[in-house]
Design a protein around this ligand. Structure first.
Ligand code: APR
Length: 255
């Protein structure tokens, strides 16, 4: 028996022309990767890291790289979670929604690569990907392993610029190519599906506001209330790995 809220959300999605999903760390919790804020969050346990991580990296890239190679504290824990994780039913449900032609684009704040492993094709990783490196000058991306770390910091074989992890640090601007693309998707979007995000970190947190400003539809899937809950047309409370497959099933039956 499908509950009323789920059916309402399904209808809203079916009545929309351009659905974009914004995913956050909550979608990967059921894959064993801890989220950041709220109960069980990494920042809840270790405290929020300094907001000027990028400026510190630029001030001394060698030290920053040496720390990265050593991996200590939450960085170690986060990395171990990332390399062992597998997609869960929530990731696969988004893939199915894309295959149905309903989900036009997925913007993920996650760096864990799980959407791609599950099979998402129309995806932008606004905070980068943990398994890649990026030149801060020309934005070229490299797989880890493609760049020698014998001498630190590494420099770009393409332009000689400084290389860092692709994951966006606090204080670091979102790479321009990525942000421009996200903005163009959000301009087309009339329904945004917010999955497992506290909608707290900008610029991603601004996307639902932009859609709402045009009278678009906001649908949230989250275990708890967030700052955006009261502004959503509907908020589905529970685990993404349970709700999203049910929602997609409903859409398949009704669509
Ligand atoms: N199903 C649905 N929602 C869940 C689940 C679950 N199984 N588990 C947790 N959540 C929700 C939490 O209630 C919370 O609202 O997911 C959300 C995760 O929020 P955050 O930890 O703040 O993650 P996110 O929104 O992705 O954070 C944005 O902040 O520090 C950074 O760079 C990091 O990309 C990240 C950004």
């Amino acid at each position: 028996m499908v509950n009323n809220d789920l059916a309402r959300a399904g209808k809203m999605i079916l009545n929309s022309k351009y659905v974009v999903a914004l995913a956050g760390a909550g979608i990967s919790v059921e894959s064993g990767i801890r989220n950041f804020r709220g109960p069980g969050g990494l920042w809840t346990e270790y405290g929020e890291p300094p907001m000027n991580g990028y400026q510190r990296f630029l001030a001394d890239p060698k030290i920053s790289w040496e720390r990265r190679v050593k991996r200590e504290g939450f960085s170690k824990e986060l990395h171990e979670g990332l390399i062992n994780a597998k997609p869960n039913p929530a990731h696969y449900a988004l893939v199915e929604l894309e295959k149905l032609g309903i989900l036009k684009h997925l913007i993920t704040q996650n760096v864990d690569n799980l959407h791609q492993i599950a099979g998402s094709k129309e995806i932008t990783e606004i905070h980068g990907n943990f398994s890649k490196l990026r030149c801060i000058q020309c934005n070229s991306r490299y797989e880890i392993g493609a760049i020698s770390l014998e001498s630190l910091p590494p420099y770009c074989p393409n332009c000689g610029g400084l290389i860092k992890g692709d994951t966006v640090m606090f204080g670091e601007p979102i790479p321009e190519d990525i942000l421009t693309f996200c903005r163009s998707e959000i301009r087309k979007c009339d329904c945004i599906l917010l999955v497992g995000t506290s909608a707290f970190i900008y610029p991603a947190a601004g996307f639902p506001w932009e859609v709402r400003g045009r009278d678009g539809t906001l649908i949230e899937v989250n275990l708890y209330e967030t700052e955006i809950t009261t502004f959503c047309n509907i908020s589905l409370r529970g685990k993404a790995g349970e709700i999203l497959p049910e929602l997609v099933e409903y859409i398949k039956n009704e669509g």
